[in-house]
Design a protein around this ligand. Structure first.
Ligand code: KDG
Ligand code: MG
Length: 402
């Protein structure tokens, strides 16, 4: 079998998605997600100028060698843009392999380790009362794991809190908006928030929270310690991923589990965190982490240290990534939980999916490969619109992490 061509499909059904379609001489094609929020065109430039011409003529069955061709074979390694492009290629080739062998992707990764995967919902409220209502609504939808984010008294807009929209979308059309942040107000409010959630909903719900990299190590240690009585499933990105040593300080002070890495893109971002057991959950998703071939190695490495998965799964990762991720999670032993926010209905006009949500879990059908298709005519009806994630400043104007 040979790869004869490949192309990029850029579409904006409510938000931008980039899809790689790889064609073969046997009429089978494969699809891979290449969406990197706000940097869509950078990934496309790398795919179109280098990866696609280099792919043509290769045997798509050689997923391992092709992965290394694009990783080891390129002088300028790693980085989100490069690893997203490699992920899209890898996902498309595994999709082809599954279609060629007429078997679902999870069978190629070890078969089923479970029948369904636990997912967590987002409850984003404007303030404490509103957040409690949002938790109630997600619980009523059947979720048993819920991420809780709330507007903070004294902060005009907290990142990731959806406002009036039903859908989570942190990117805004055009150049970045500026948001403002005050860590002391946040640290004061958070324990009160989780105390109220536990008082209202009891001990059974799995509760999660995303810090969005906004604490220094000692602030994060205080937060993790203050939240201990509410036994969270995890706190996410308590400090920036670059500062790996910061995790040591948090660990010294608290047993609150830690998830990290939605902005990571390589196993080398994780080696210290895994070998020193500084984290509990891997967040790096297939689409930004070099795809199935690479993530399988990271996850197997993590399993030796009893670290589980909890992959990033916001709505700026396409349904194609979600489906591939469900297969992956079905197969691995050290699955923890999967982030899940339903895409807008308009997204499903473009992407034809094969997964289903029921009672807090996702299942996927037995279609060969990943099992998702794209309606190119529909995709063409929604042209690209520039949109960026916000930047973040402290209230005195100092540029800050977001
Ligand atoms: O594009 C950025 C989003 O994917 C991010 O804000 C989502 O932090 C996020 C999460 O945990 O889902
Ligand atoms: Mg996050």
């Amino acid at each position: 079998m040979k790869i004869t061509d490949a192309k990029v499909i850029l579409t904006c059904p409510g938000r931008n998605f980039v899809t790689l379609k790889v064609y073969t001489d046997q009429g089978i094609y494969g699809l891979g997600d290449a969406t990197l929020n706000g940097m869509e065109k950078a990934v496309i430039a790398f795919l179109e100028s280098y990866c696609i011409p280099a792919l043509i003529g290769k045997d798509p069955a050689n997923t391992e060698d092709i992965w290394h061709y694009f990783y080891k074979g390129v002088y300028w390694k790693r980085g989100s843009v490069t690893m997203t492009a490699i992920a899209a290629i890898d996902m498309a080739l595994w999709d082809i392999k599954g279609k060629m062998l007429q078997t679902p992707l999870y069978n190629l990764l070890g078969g089923k380790s479970r029948e369904r995967i636990m997912v967590y919902a987002h409850a984003n409220g404007k303030n404490l009362e509103d957040t409690l209502e949002k938790v109630e609504a997600e619980k009523a939808r059947g979720f048993i794991a819920i991420r809780v984010q709330s507007g903070i008294p004294g902060i005009s807009h907290a990142y990731g809190v959806a406002g009036d929209s039903k859908f989570y979308e942190p990117a805004h059309k055009g150049l970045p908006h500026t948001e403002f942040w005050d860590t002391s107000k946040y640290l004061h409010f958070l324990p009160r928030l989780f105390e109220s959630v536990r008082n209202s909903f009891g001990d059974d719900l799995h509760l999660l929270h995303d810090v969005h990299h906004r604490c220094t190590p000692i602030e994060a240690a205080r937060l993790a310690k203050d939240l201990e009585p509410y036994h969270l499933y995890w706190i996410e990105d308590p400090v920036t991923g670059e500062l790996q040593e910061g995790l040591r300080l948090i660990r010294k002070h608290s047993t609150t589990p830690i998830a990290i890495g939605e902005v990571f893109n390589s196993v080398y971002d994780y080696t210290t965190l895994i070998t020193e057991q500084l984290i509990d959950y891997i967040r790096m998703p297939l689409v930004h982490g070099g795809g199935i071939t690479h993530l399988k190695k990271v996850v197997d490495f993590a399993s030796i240290y009893h670290i589980s998965t909890g992959f990033h799964g916001a709505t700026d990762l396409s349904p194609l990534n979600l489906a591939a991720t469900i297969h992956f999670n079905m197969a691995i032993n050290n699955f923890g939980v999967q982030e899940y926010m339903p895409h807008q209905d308009i997204v499903h006009e473009v992407f034809k999916t094969n997964y289903q949500f029921k009672d807090g879990f996702l299942t996927i059908d037995d279609s060969p490969g990943i099992g998702v298709d794209i309606d190119e005519k529909k995709a063409a009806q929604y042209p690209y619109e520039m949109a960026c994630l916000p930047v973040n400043r402290k209230t005195d104007g100092t540029m800050f992490y977001w």
